[in-house]
Ligand binder design. Structure first.
Ligand code: HEM
Ligand code: NAG
Ligand code: NAG
Length: 331
């Protein structure tokens, strides 16, 4: 009885999430933005991502994360792609990004091909949005129509990258407030965290849980003991900061709902993952349980939340610019 009530409310949330995504269609972005000006853009991006993912499956994850880190800083405006200039510092060395975000070469190469086909038409921000979707599709995840028409920023913000992007040792309330600051709900948080069904994390991002959770000197009690031993073998108390471990230990390159099952068995890798499941009294538990039991619900909610995230703070119309190369503003 209790179970059916909580699942009923999760379905209610899901419906709201889908409706919210539909409303975005009436905003400024539209799937057909380049239909007449660059009809081949989605084909070019797809082939570029196909080649990149064939070379290295992880690239699907790396590009998806780039998009997230772009959208949470000044909106989805390709600010994360900019290198240092005399006017501003790049976001690339902000704490959540330094030695961690990757995939810039892949975006550069796709952008060069898009510029060759349709010079000066397609923004880097839109290329990143399409490439993220294609990485998910190429990892056997869901497909959705990407809304287009974003323009590129003429500036970046190292300080907003440091404040807006949540840290892996965040508490649930910190995660909820960072998402809320971007107009994203608790359901968006639980849903988008499911992106951790693919990709890798460095040891530094989860070491505290193994040896010194929240400065307690103790291991996090919400890590399964054998799993903790596996993590410790590649992540010693000091050194090995950049050693990698998959975010989803069972199917690290497949986009599926395994992430939520991992939370259930205390095998979520980051503190920010496991707290969705283990924080007492939180609505996030029933959402995670629902996604663990229904991949279809996870996929439907993921596509809706990606559209919402992709709509954060976009530059449209005559704001911003269409960069010639993604690493630098036009002179
Ligand atoms: C909820 C808050 C989140 C936190 C605290 C978080 C934190 C992290 C951390 C620490 C890593 C490993 C980075 C490293 O050690 O180099 C990571 C990887 C990743 N994150 Fe998140 N993340 C969050 C949400 C998201 C969202 C919303 C998405 C996309 C929708 C996302 C997509 C990814 C992907 C795909 C990877 C793997 C990247 C790769 O292998 O290159 N994350 N995340
Ligand atoms: C980024 O990482 C490099 C290489 O580890 C390091 O030298 C540099 O100090 C870091 N930058 C910041 C801003 O933390
Ligand atoms: C997260 O880690 C930072 C250092 O990396 C530390 O200062 C902070 O206290 C940690 N927060 C929690 C909640 O453990």
């Amino acid at each position: 009885m209790a179970k059916s009530i909580s699942q009923g409310s999760v379905f209610g949330y899901l419906l709201l999430n889908l409706l919210a995504a539909q409303l975005v269609v009436f905003g400024q972005l539209t799937p057909g933005f380049y239909y007449t000006t660059c009809p081949e853009v989605e084909d070019i991006v797809f082939v570029g991502m196909q080649q990149a993912v064939q070379k290295e499956a992880r690239m699907a994850a790396s590009i998806l994360r780039l998009f997230f880190h772009d959208c949470f800083v000044q909106g989805c405006d390709a600010s994360i792609l900019l290198d240092d200039t005399a006017m501003f510092q790049s976001e690339k060395t902000a704490a959540p990004n330094n030695n961690s975000v990757r995939g810039f070469d892949v975006i550069d190469s796709i952008k060069a091909q898009v510029e060759f086909a349709c010079p000066g038409i397609v923004s880097c921000a839109d290329i990143l949005a399409i490439a993220s979707r294609d990485g998910v599709v190429l990892s056997q995840g869901p497909r959705w129509d990407v809304l287009l028409g974003r323009r590129d920023s003429r500036t970046a913000s190292l300080s907003l990258a440091n404040t807006n992007i949540p840290a892996p040792n965040s508490t649930l309330s910190a995660l909820i407030s960072k998402f809320s600051a971007q107009g994203l709900s608790i359901l968006d948080l639980v849903t988008l965290s499911g992106a951790h069904t693919i990709g890798q994390s460095r040891c530094v991002s989860f070491r505290q849980r193994l040896y010194n959770k929240a400065n307690s000197g103790q291991q996090d009690p919400t890590i399964a003991p054998l799993y903790a031993q596996q993590l410790q073998s590649i992540c010693p108390p000091s050194g090995g900061d950049n050693n990698l471990f998959p975010l989803d230990i069972f199917t690290p390159t497949l986009f599926n709902n395994q992430y939520y099952t991992n939370l259930e068995i205390n095998e979520g890798l980051l503190n920010s993952d496991e707290v969705l499941y283990t924080t007492t009294g939180s609505s996030t538990l029933s959402m995670a349980q629902n996604f663990a039991s229904s991949q279809a619900d996870f996929f439907a909610s993921f596509t809706a939340s990606m559209v919402k995230m992709g709509n954060i703070g976009t530059l449209t119309g005559s704001n911003g610019e269409i960069r010639k190369t993604c690493r630098a503003i036009n002179s």
